[in-house]
Design a protein around this ligand. Sequence first.
Ligand code: FE2
Length: 258
Amino acid sequence: MNQTSSANEPSVSSSLPRRSFMSGAALAGLGLAGLSSQASAAESQAAQELFTVPQDANGEYALPPLPYAYDALEPSIDAETMRLHHDIHFNGYKKGLNAALAKLKEFREAGDYPQISYWENSLAFNGAGYNLHTVFFAGMAPAGTDKPSAAFEKQISTHFGSMDAFKGQFSEAAAKVQGSGWAILGWQPMGNQLVILQAEKHQNWSMWNVIPIMALDVWEHAYYLKYQNRRGDYIKNWWDVVNWDYAAGRLNAAQSIS
Ligand SMILES: [Fe+2]
């Protein structure tokens, strides 16, 4: 994947230190903790690179930079939507995740847990939102950049019958999310299986031990400026900007460590 950069890119530096999901609590939440020992060193390195996110100077989660210009996905997704979605909404989940972790640490140190349910809920909501937005933004590329590899298509066909059948179920799941949520293609190590999930908000209707491979955001903030109520048109045009190399890389990495 040859991803372009421009002066329109967000200012967060890609040279920020990386927080490793392989050793972090976030990875444990995905069911990946302890699995790295089963993979070769090269596979572990590849997985490490795909399952990491930037960390700020305080050791907190940072905002992953957009790997292309705001307008790179037009006409499928307009530049203003991308700017607001990445810089404001995604950043909000990052702040919420860091705030929840800090508050829970504060409770532990004090030995007192007021509003514990609120903050545990906030951790799940913002942590899931941060994770899925990481996959969503990295999982797109300018239209025509690439297409599914034969190996990736074969895996999709093995688990869903055909690429068309996969796209049909995934698109329908996205279209029928009640309110705000996601369609997610995930690798489920428990059964060595690819599954499609239809998550509401970020964390509801999910499944333990599933590693997101592709994620399509169908919250209204992802499309309403351009598409208004026409979520189906947004979903149809999103397929034109899928970063298939990224999806295939995540699948390979997930399978190598599980
Ligand atoms: Fe979003």
